[in-house]
Unconditional design. Structure first.
Lengths: 314, 431
């Protein structure tokens, strides 16, 4: 059996296979949709998608603009990185902000310090309508969450932007159906089949630059409800996110972020991984890391799982 | 550690295998998947803590690994459509994507969906019950959708005292049935006794079945050939997108015309003579690009950009093949079609067929028969409802470049789209 195989082709490596699949999906979006957009946050997953888009469409320009839905609660480093990357690529970046939706009255916060993460969807829908986008390309992965395990690669949303699990199209072979009527929308997920580990291995292989907060750094934090919470974070607006509460004690810790999103709901992890290859190693042995975190507080595991669900994993 | 004992097939190192699991909850499918994820250390501490707490709450002594797929069970209780779920694990030598399909009769469409991207199927049999109607159904569907490698997993061996005679009888029963449907001759079938609950023969052998000398389940998975490595396939390159950056400031790019797509089968090298279908224009490959890299040759499943020697008017939906290939554009196809929609097929309507990157309007020709997936009987029919599978013909408005599904899964497959809803309503495999 082995002998028979060797005379035929060698299979692609898993990263090559995943890369090829993602390029194929991006090109299907370009081929099937008339006005797509690529959602780009400056985070690791969307940075992988930018590299995949380069491989899919260069030497041509991307057949879609980039768009970021900004909560106004993002780390300055990430916003700077976002702008720099878009400029390097010479691609158009659209930014629409949750704060503008708040001014319009379409987003109303229950309390001033409520996470703005979930309100991004209002701003996204407003932007979809403003530009008439028929497809949004995103970086969601099926391994992130139980509920995501059943998400399609081309996911259909009705005119209210809703995902209806009962109204999803069967998806067979690589014959993706990205058709939509006016007002409806497709969400396309080129890295659906990637795991967190695949993302880091790809970043390492492609030598992709990342915002600095992904790497281990010293940061003022407090322990709040079993999570590590960065405090007194300066915002672009001049305000401060997560102000210190009475009775809390600031600890200066070596941490890094596994995901970057809204400051109010993104907790860092204790880590000394200051290079991509150390992060790959840390991800490979992350069972131990999470146990290590558990020792700080017995509640950490459960809380951080809930946390992950809140972290922009729409 | 047991991993060290796994016999690796060198050519599989760092490759990816997509497989599916067929069975109902009663067969221990959730436990099998949970056990594979657990024993390959895919489960992170926080998830484990959660299911361990849930297990305790339900009064169980050991951690119930089937809870790892509990999301789906919750949906079932809520009466939401049960759907294919995709799960991931890695052994360090190979990455796996599991398509987890519900096994009941009304989910034929989900099984077909899961099977469409799988190269191996694990068919679960409860050792206490033996070969059932559903086993036949799962095997037929795996066969229909062209899965080359079948693992018949006789599970719950712990409940039959790990009895070899029980196992041997089930294997014999299965083989007899597989031969009857012509399945045994066409496919690579392996048998394995398991206890997903206790962990026997999944990742670790354990000591309960010394009479079984074959591979563990993980060893079977580690050595299973990846897709496209077993046969000589012809070069098929459906054009997805044409890159013409003529507005570029770079003068070299003024005449750049790149045909972008994924090689669905076969290989191609610089200098090869090619024909573009359906028009039949001929040229030669001038260059092959992947990102910044210039390749001398490229192989199946690579997404590349092809540059040709001659200026040829080619667009999305065309197919580039090697000159001399026997493939021809056709305007009628015969296929096995699985109907996926709650709205039955209408003989009067016009549908859209999407095949590779090409679409055509299509009308139903004749329906020869439909197949009862439980008895495999052929029945005369004039209609097609959800989960039905029929042999039928379509008349096409535009020519398609097709191969038979048996020789090429990529160019033998199509979906049927209802233009009024834009839904995918059917899946076809060309005969």
């Amino acid at each position: 059996m082995t002998n028979k195989q060797t005379k035929h082709q060698q299979p692609l490596s898993h990263l090559d296979w995943l890369e090829s699949e993602a390029i194929y999906i991006l090109r299907e979006v370009a081929g099937q949709c008339s006005n797509p957009v690529l959602l780009f946050s400056g985070g690791k997953d969307s940075l992988c998608i930018l590299r995949l888009a380069e491989k899919a469409f260069r030497p041509g320009r991307f057949p879609f603009p980039l768009m970021h839905i900004d909560t106004g609660h993002n780390y300055q480093e990430v916003i700077d990185f976002r702008d720099q990357r878009a400029a390097e690529l010479g691609e158009r970046l659209i930014v629409r902000s949750v704060e503008d939706s708040m001014k319009r009255g379409t987003v109303v916060l229950k309390t001033p310090d409520e996470s703005r993460n979930k309100h991004q969807s209002v701003t996204l829908l407003e932007a979809i309508e403003e530009f008439g986008f028929d497809c949004c390309i995103g970086g969601a992965r099926r391994d992130e969450e139980k509920a995501r395990a059943k998400e399609r690669i081309m996911s259909f949303r009705d005119e209210f932007g809703q995902w209806d699990p009962k109204n999803q199209r069967p998806e067979l072979w690589n014959l993706y159906n990205a058709r939509s009527h006016k007002g409806e929308n497709i969400r396309a997920f080129p890295i659906s089949n990637w795991t967190e580990m695949d993302v880091w291995q790809y970043i390492e292989r492609e030598n992709l630059a990342l915002p600095s907060i992904y790497f281990a750094h010293q940061r003022d934090v407090v322990m709040r409800g079993g999570s590590i919470v960065p405090v007194n974070v300066p915002l672009v607006s001049g305000e401060v996110a997560n102000p210190l509460k009475a009775g809390e004690e600031i600890i200066n810790m070596q941490v890094r972020f596994r995901t970057v999103g809204d400051i109010s709901c993104t907790a860092p992890v204790i880590s000394d991984a200051d290079t991509v290859s150390k992060i790959v190693l840390e991800t490979a042995t992350s069972t131990i890391t999470e146990r290590g975190a558990t020792r700080l507080d017995d509640q950490t595991s459960d809380a951080s799982m809930e946390q992950r669900k809140k972290e922009g994993y729409f | 550690m047991s991993k060290a004992t796994v016999q690796h097939n060198d050519s599989n190192v760092d490759s990816l295998l997509r497989f599916m699991t067929c069975g109902s909850v009663d067969d221990g499918k959730s436990t099998l998947i949970g056990r594979l994820l657990f024993d390959t250390k895919t489960i992170l501490a926080d998830t484990l803590t959660q299911i361990s707490n849930t297990s305790k709450k339900r009064g169980m002594e050991a951690v119930d690994l089937s809870l790892l797929t509990d999301g789906l069970q919750a949906e079932r209780e809520q009466g939401i459509t049960i759907d294919v779920a995709y799960r991931y694990f890695s052994t360090g030598t190979r990455k796996y994507i599991i398509a987890d399909a519900p096994g009941h009769e009304q989910y034929t469409r989900n099984m077909v969906t899961a099977a469409s991207t799988a190269n191996l199927a694990i068919i679960l049999i409860d050792a206490r019950r033996g070969v059932l109607t559903q086993t036949r159904r799962h095997s037929y569907l795996a066969h229909l959708v062209g899965i080359q490698h079948i693992v018949v997993a006789v599970n719950k061996m712990d409940l039959v005292n790990y009895d070899q005679a029980t196992y041997d009888k089930i294997c014999a029963d299965y083989l007899a049935f597989a031969q009857e449907i012509g399945f045994a001759q066409a496919r690579d079938i392996k048998f394995i006794p398991l206890s997903a609950l206790a962990g026997d023969m999944l990742v670790d052998r354990l000591d309960n079945m010394p009479w079984y000398k074959g591979e563990t389940l993980l060893e079977i998975l580690e050595s299973a050939p990846a897709a496209h490595t077993e046969g000589d396939e012809e070069f098929r390159f459906p054009v997805q997108f044409v890159c013409r950056p003529h507005a570029s400031a770079d003068a070299d790019l003024h005449d750049f015309r790149g045909f972008m797509g994924r090689i669905e089968s076969g290989g191609i090298s610089v200098g090869d003579a090619v024909t573009v279908l359906p028009n039949g224009y001929q040229s030669k490959v001038k260059a092959i690009q992947l990102g910044d890299a210039q390749l001398q040759s490229a192989q199946t499943e690579q997404s590349i950009t092809l540059l040709l020697e001659d200026e040829i008017d080619t667009s999305r939906g065309d197919m580039i093949v090697k000159t001399g290939s026997a493939i021809q554009p056709v305007k009628q196809i015969e296929a096995f079609v699985c109907w996926l929609s709650e709205t039955p097929m209408s003989l009067a309507r016009t549908y859209v067929i999407r095949h590779t990157t090409r679409e055509s309007k299509a009308k139903v020709g004749t329906i020869s028969y439909k197949v009862d997936v439980n008895t495999l009987e052929e029945q005369a029919t004039t209609d097609l409802k959800m989960n039905d599978i029929a042999r039928m013909t379509f008349k096409l408005a535009q020519p398609l470049m097709v191969d038979s599904y048996a020789t090429n899964r990529a160019t033998g497959a199509f979906i049927v789209i209802d233009e009024s809803s834009n839904n995918t309503v059917g899946a076809g495999m060309i005969i």
